[in-house]
Structure formats: structure tokens, C-alpha cells
Design a protein around this ligand. Sequence first.
Ligand SMILES: *[C@@H]1O[C@H](CO)[C@@H](O)[C@H](O)[C@H]1NC(C)=O
Ligand SMILES: *[C@@H]1O[C@H](CO)[C@@H](O)[C@H](O)[C@H]1NC(C)=O
Ligand SMILES: *[C@@H]1O[C@H](CO)[C@@H](O)[C@H](O)[C@H]1NC(C)=O
Ligand SMILES: *[C@@H]1O[C@H](CO)[C@@H](O)[C@H](O)[C@H]1NC(C)=O
Ligand SMILES: *[C@@H]1O[C@H](CO)[C@@H](O)[C@H](O)[C@H]1NC(C)=O
Ligand SMILES: *[C@@H]1O[C@H](CO)[C@@H](O)[C@H](O)[C@H]1NC(C)=O
Ligand SMILES: *[C@@H]1O[C@H](CO)[C@@H](O)[C@H](O)[C@H]1NC(C)=O
Length: 368
Amino acid sequence: MGVPWPFQVRCLHLAFAFTVVILVFFFFSLNPSTLKPTIPPTRSFLTAETRMLQGNISFSGVHNGTSSEVPPLPQISAHSNHTTNSHSPTLDLTQGVPAQFIYEAGHIDVSADVCPDLGKNVKLLIAITSAPSHDSAREAIRKTWGSFARRKDVAIAFMLGSISNETINKKLEEEQNLYGDIIRGKFIDTYDNLTLKTISILEWVDNYCPKAGFVLKTDDDMFINESRLLAFIAKHNPEQKTIYGRLAKKWKPIRNKKSKYYISPQQYKPPVFPDFTTGPAYLLPANLAKPLYLSALNHTYLKLEDVFLTGIVANGLKIKRVHAPEFLNKRVPLTPCNVQKDISIHMIKSAEQFDLWKKLHDIAKCKK
Ligand SMILES: *[C@@H]1O[C@H](CO)[C@@H](O)[C@H](O)[C@H]1NC(C)=O
Ligand SMILES: *[C@@H]1O[C@H](CO)[C@@H](O)[C@H](O)[C@H]1NC(C)=O
Ligand SMILES: *[C@@H]1O[C@H](CO)[C@@H](O)[C@H](O)[C@H]1NC(C)=O
Ligand SMILES: *[C@@H]1O[C@H](CO)[C@@H](O)[C@H](O)[C@H]1NC(C)=O
Ligand SMILES: *[C@@H]1O[C@H](CO)[C@@H](O)[C@H](O)[C@H]1NC(C)=O
Ligand SMILES: *[C@@H]1O[C@H](CO)[C@@H](O)[C@H](O)[C@H]1NC(C)=O
Ligand SMILES: *[C@@H]1O[C@H](CO)[C@@H](O)[C@H](O)[C@H]1NC(C)=O
């Protein structure tokens, strides 16, 4: 009668100990990572990207050097304003990285009001690349040649990237509240990211101003004689697949690895670039923004934005590049005559914009 009880207890002890051992074993056998929720890869080509970074993938046409095109990759959409993108800080551009691996679609500041009705009545959109700290250059432009934006058929916007300086960001916000003409892309605003800025302009035009006539892409240190430009536009048809500007012919990629402008064969194999229009100012039909945008994402990234877009990408789309002598795109003596006969002049300081603006109206002094 006394026997069954301790036996039962011993059995219970044994069973308990056994359960504990099983449980402990079970927990230790679990890999910590399996305890975390699994996050599916957002982009199916991340692994390809990783392999490419290790220099062990050959995109046909890139590494074998037939062109800078890369094979079709998923998830390109003209309207994907929220594509997630992984920015690997270790990206080695000389390996030849497709632009879509670097470019993140969408805009932080959209300023869609710049182009009412998707630009239906806008003959000319002037997209001015600027930097967050260049507030005085923007102010000078708004008060001088940018004042053409008051016309219903002309629109002006400043294209910026983002920065982390809170002081400047606060000022930018105030500026944006006053003028509403700032567009900001999702990339860090640096000189090396200029091509991203240009791609960002194309995406914006495609999304918010596709019905405009022409787009002038220019910089905030440029002087633009808008009446000359509008006269130029009046003589040209936006249905022509043509980019106008200052043509640069037969430029060769710099193959010296020490140069800031070094272009590796993986980035661009042929010995000369296709003809391109130089960056300070070029004019393109707004309806080319979409094909250029989609195709740009599909090309190997080059930080020379003019070579990349108006050379390589435009060439691939059979878009003509036509030389227009009025696009000076360089610094010239700022005489009333020069200012009056040319469309675009480069390297202008903010204070000079006001000076030039006066000279423009000083017609008497130009007796050519
Ligand atoms: C490159 O990939 C191939 C096949 O996937 C593999 O055999 C080779 O070891 C890889 N080389 C390097 C350097 O990762
Ligand atoms: C380069 O890639 C193209 C397109 O995939 C292919 O047809 C061609 O044979 C390749 N050339 C070399 C030298 O590998
Ligand atoms: C991207 O490039 C590939 C290969 O050259 C081509 O087949 C495809 O049509 C291109 N896609 C776009 C959107 O241009
Ligand atoms: C993003 O795009 C969708 C349509 O693709 C649109 O409805 C939405 O308003 C856009 N958002 C922004 C912030 O542009
Ligand atoms: C932010 O910008 C202001 C104005 O240009 C500058 O004085 C300041 O040093 C910058 N701050 C940082 C943290 O870079
Ligand atoms: C922009 O440029 C900076 C510095 O040159 C770089 O760190 C960054 O990854 C680039 N790309 C983007 C998408 O911001
Ligand atoms: C621009 O150029 C035209 C033509 O040379 C000239 O008549 C005009 O005064 C200039 N000024 C402005 C404001 O466009």
C-alpha cells in the first residue's frame, strides 16, 4: 500500500525531467535567425547585385562590351514613385552598375502645381538643377529671367536632391512655402549624383508635366534669354525626336584610372562617346521624358549626365542631337550684345544675374 505512491512520484519526476530535456534541446536547436520573421527580398535581383559587386556577373552587352545596355530587369515603371531601393554604399561604379540599381523613384517635394493640368498649356518647362544651399542663385533667377514663369505658357522648377543638414532643410522648407517651385528627388545632393538629378527630372516630367511642349534642362549658374528661347521653340516641332543644344562630337572616355572622370570599359566600352549636347543647357521635347527615363534606368550608370542622357541613352533611342549655336553654354564677356544674341550663358554668379538683366534691357548699347 505504501509502494505505489513513491513509484508514481518517481515516474512523474522522470517524465518531468524528460520533458525539460526535450524542451531545452528543442530551444537550443533553433537557429536565432529562424526566430525572426522572415523578410522576403524586396527586389529579386538583389542577389545578382551582390554577385555583380563581387565582380562575378557578366551582363551581356556590358562586360562583353557590345553596348552599355543591360538585360531586361524587373520592376521598371514610369510611375513607380515609391520603388524601394537598396543603396549600397560600397557600390563600385567602375564595375558597370545599371542606373536602376542606384536610382530610387519618386520625389520628396513634388510641386505638381508648377505644371497645371499636366502641362497642357505649358510650351516650355525650365528645369533648373540647383543645390540645397544655393538659395541666392535661385532667388536671383526668380527675380530676373525666371520671372517669365508668370506667363501661363512657361513653367520653372528647381531640381534638388536631399541633404541631412537641418539648418539648410529648414530654410528650404520656408523657401518652398513661399514659391512652391522646388522639386526634390530621393538621392543625396552631390556633384557625383548629377545623373540621378537628371533622371529625377525625367521621371517628374513624365509624371507631372507630360503634356508640355519642350523642357529646357539647365543649371542655376546659367543665364537664359527667355525671349530668344521662346522664339527658338516657336520654330521647332516637339514631335521631332530631337534634343537641341551645344553639340559635343567624338569625345573619348578618359581611361586614366587616376582621373576624376575615369570611365572603365565595364562602364562604357567603345573608344568614343556618341555625340551629346553639353550639360549646362539643352532642350528636349517633353514627350521624350518617358522613353528617356525608362531607357536611362536600363543603362549602365555614368556620372557624366550629359554624355549619359543626351549621348548614350538618346543614341540608343535614335533621338537626334542637333547643334544650335545660340546655346553658348560657356562663359563669355557679358556685353549687352552677347547677352542679347545668345540663349544660354554659363558661369553666372547670383549678383551678375541682376546685372545681366539690366543689360538685356539696354538694347541701345548693342549696335551689331
Ligand atoms: C563566379 O561564379 C562562378 C559560377 O557561379 C563560380 O564558379 C566562381 O567561383 C565565382 N567566382 C568568384 C570569384 O566568386
Ligand atoms: C556579347 O553579348 C551578346 C548579347 O548577349 C552576344 O550575342 C555576344 O555573343 C557576346 N559577345 C561576346 C564576345 O561574348
Ligand atoms: C532594356 O534593355 C534590354 C536589353 O538590351 C531590352 O531588351 C529592353 O527592351 C530594354 N528595356 C527598356 C525599358 O528600354
Ligand atoms: C504615387 O503614384 C500613385 C499612382 O501610381 C499615385 O496615386 C500617388 O499619388 C503617387 N504619390 C505621390 C506622392 O506622388
Ligand atoms: C549646415 O549648413 C550651415 C549653413 O550652410 C552651416 O553653417 C553648418 O555648418 C552646416 N551644419 C552641418 C552639421 O554641416
Ligand atoms: C550620392 O552621392 C553620395 C556621395 O557621392 C553617395 O554616398 C550616395 O550613395 C549617392 N547615391 C544616392 C542614391 O544618394
Ligand atoms: C533677349 O534676346 C532678344 C533677341 O536678341 C533681345 O531682343 C532681348 O532684348 C533679350 N532680352 C530678353 C529679356 O529676353
